[in-house]
Design a binder for this molecule. Sequence first.
Ligand SMILES: N[C@@H](CCC(=O)N[C@@H](CS)C(=O)NCC(=O)O)C(=O)O
Length: 201
Amino acid sequence: MNLTFSPTSPYVRKVLVLIAETGLTGIALTPASGTPIAPDAGVVERNPLGKIPALEREDGPTLYDSRVICQYLDALAGAGLYPAAPRLWDTLTVEATADGILDAALLMVYETRIRPEDKRFAPWVEGQWSKIDRALDVLETLWADHLNGPLDMGQIATACALGYLDFRHAARQWRQTRPHLAAWEAGFAARPSMQATLPQG
Ligand SMILES: N[C@@H](CCC(=O)N[C@@H](CS)C(=O)NCC(=O)O)C(=O)O
């Protein structure tokens, strides 16, 4: 199998953490990049949306979207990072919450990196941060017990999202009003799978 890879992509990191946690082998990494205005030709060949990660496999079409890839690899490893229902519904919702944080955080990065300065719209950026703010509050409260339960993909996605906030939006200081989430993150970030996949760049 072959996984498109960037050392700064938090969605790729979700997959890499899963690989490390499950001990899966035989997955090669192909460096890739690209933005909505400068797509990577190699990525577009694998994923028409031009996004990474994408996973080429021998027994079927290339898979894309980190959530699909993670479910596929988890099934392959038999690791149970997507547990049986009813806990599954919580796991998927926590993962969707974390991915939503990432979607908003990445759009904020694109806004300052890609959009010309005279076309930027501050209320839109703040609207993205409001989504993140609300999602973090729910992780701090409603999902605190889930985060402290058995390891699953909701936790891995949450840790990757928080790592990305530290990497790209540290000035927003997400920990300030969220002591439980901050303590949980400190513990989770020490896992070898997280240490081996710290964003670089
Ligand atoms: N929902 C997708 C999001 C993937 C994504 O947005 N990846 C970014 C890199 S961090 C990307 O490839 N962006 C290029 C683009 O949006 O054109 C997933 O979970 O895999």
